[in-house]
Design a protein around this ligand. Sequence first.
Ligand code: ZN
Length: 83
Amino acid sequence: MAARRPFVYVLGYAVTTPDNPDESPTCSAKGCRRPATWVLLWRNPRIHGPERTKRWLACDEHREVLSDFLARRDLPLSVEPFP
Ligand SMILES: [Zn+2]
């Protein structure tokens, strides 16, 4: 059975949440293999509590796209340099 890779669709991108952060430090946007330079920490307070913070990695190009998407949905978000 293939490894479970939770994902959500964002603006046509399938964004994966790395199971093992050390495994593939590349951008989470679908089809993007660039090295991650940012990490987006966010959660959906309507579904999960603070213990379920999601972690997306992003390259310079996708950081804005992904953070804009989350900001428009009023999801708590913090963006930090990666690593
Ligand atoms: Zn990218």
